[in-house]
Design a protein around this ligand. Structure first.
Ligand code: UDP
Ligand code: MG
Length: 315
């Protein structure tokens, strides 16, 4: 690594990189990223957000910065999660174009050159679309596909299935992102919500360079719930229609029973159907209440107006 550039106040490009326990990846990542940025030839800053790592990520970053001043380190006070870390990085970026990228080399830095080219052609967003999901479990791929299908059917916005957080955004877009005040930030949804003229570039996703993904099945499930409850009220409203259908049926059933009693007289059997109905309706009601709970929980978190992240220090 060389020592060409000093920290310009407002560079052309801001690379934003959330890092949680990525110590072994920092060097290899920079070794790939820096030549790409040098080749583009614009001024730049590389913002790492250390999201409460428990390994030597911060130390590696500080070491790297000594050799390479365009690095900025935003050290969060604990692990706030990727969405919050990404938000912190974007908030601190000063560039005319901001490019979030993962630190684990699953997002190829070489693509940045093409993104910048598209940006200069006049696109405000250049999204990277993955043509493969190497390094992901088939079940994760399947559940991701199901999630996007469901999400896009019931939400106000469409999130393209193979487009993640790796993208370029112009200053205009970044300022628009900052207008969204929610502190539970489902970034894919927020990116899609702001809109703007978008170009797509394609890449093949690689295996993680070192370490393991920090998203297990339970985290992904909650992430999916975040996504849906952040951008759709369909799960809340659907209960009105379910209720309408069920009460319609029970009215018809009532009429039928009265007629049956009038014609055939009183009939005692019916234990099975009664218990079935009670259990079925009980289950439906609990699901409904559970979904209400999901939203109320989120409203509760949101009305407290806590900050999305806390910065401990900056380097
Ligand atoms: N990350 C983060 N905070 C977290 C979890 C992950 O900043 O709590 C970062 C991580 O360092 C990486 C990116 O987010 O740069 C993507 O994480 P990961 O590779 O674990 O997720 P996956 O690629 O499996 O979606
Ligand atoms: Mg990864």
């Amino acid at each position: 690594m060389h020592n060409l550039q000093t920290n310009d106040k407002s560079p052309v490009l801001s690379i934003v990189c959330p890092a949680y326990n990525e110590a072994p990846n920092i060097r290899p990542f920079l070794q790939k990223l820096i030549p790409v940025l040098e080749k583009i030839g614009e001024s730049y800053e590389i913002i790492f957000v250390n999201d409460g790592s428990t390994d030597d990520t911060l130390e590696s970053l500080i070491d790297a910065k000594k050799e390479f001043p365009p690095i900025r380190i935003i050290n969060l006070s604990r692990n706030f999660g990727k969405e919050a870390a990404l938000t912190a990085g974007i908030d601190h970026a000063r560039g005319q174009a901001v490019i979030p990228i993962d630190a684990d080399l699953q997002h190829p830095p070489e693509l940045i050159e093409e993104m910048v080219k598209k940006w200069k052609e006049g696109y405000d967003v250049v999204a990277a679309k993955r043509l493969s999901r190497t390094g992901e479990h088939p079940l994760k791929k399947l559940s991701a596909r199901l999630f996007y299908n469901l999400h896009n059917k019931i939400s106000d916005i469409d999130i393209p299935a193979d487009i993640g957080d790796f993208r370029l955004m112009s200053r205009k877009v970044v300022e628009a992102l900052k207008l969204l005040p929610e502190n539970q930030r489902f970034m894919k949804g927020i990116f899609a919500w702001v809109g703007f003229k978008t170009a797509v570039v394609e890449y093949y996703q690689e295996e993680r360079h070192a370490g393991t993904s920090s998203f297990n099945a339970w985290k992904l499930w909650n992430f999916a719930l975040d996504g849906i409850t952040s951008f759709s009220t369909v799960p809340l409203r659907v209960w009105f229609y379910i209720g309408l259908v069920i009460s319609g049926f029970s009215f018809l059933l009532g009429v039928y029973i009265v007629l049956e009693v009038l014609v055939d007289g009183i009939d005692v059997p019916g234990y099975a159907s009664t218990i079935l109905m009670v259990l079925f309706l009980g289950g439906i009601q609990l699901i409904g209440i559970g979904i209400l709970g999901e939203y109320i929980g989120r409203i509760f978190k949101e009305v407290k107006r806590r900050p999305t992240y806390i910065v401990e220090d900056e380097y």
